[in-house]
Design a protein around this ligand. Structure first.
Ligand SMILES: [Zn+2]
Length: 125
């Protein structure tokens, strides 16, 4: 599934340890175990990754609306008048939880794909 936003998941393959691990945006192209050079490659996000973003965004939106309406009483956030505050809290925590679940699923799925890529003949040559 391609949504046009280039946010792939990066992985590092260490030829020394023969291991792959997800690469954080702040980490260099070094193996976490032996600190040797590793080969960086990308895996396309899966639907879980996009759902993770959707629920994170939903959580932020509900949080801002909640604080704006229930705490600050801003008129502009009147859309929340029809939403009971308990329901807003449930949606807020539900979306945060869903985002964590999808993050976990995304990491296990992309790790599986990365493992498959790293085992291919073209990759090792
Ligand atoms: Zn290594």
């Amino acid at each position: 599934m391609r949504l046009g936003i280039p946010l792939p998941v990066k992985f590092c393959y260490c030829p020394e340890c023969k291991k792959i691990h997800p690469k954080n945006w702040y980490s260099r192209d070094k193996c976490e175990i032996c600190k040797g050079e590793c080969k960086t490659f990308v895996v396309k996000r899966t639907i879980y990754g996009w759902l993770m973003y959707v629920f994170s965004l939903l959580g932020v939106v509900v949080l801002v609306l909640y604080v704006g309406h229930f705490q600050m009483g801003w008129e502009a956030f009147g859309i929340m008048k029809s939403v009971p505050s308990d329901l807003a809290v449930v949606i807020l925590f539900g979306s945060i939880l869903a985002s964590f679940v999808f993050q976990y699923l995304e990491l296990s799925k992309t790790s599986e794909i990365a493992e498959r890529i790293s085992r291919s003949k073209d990759f090792r040559s």
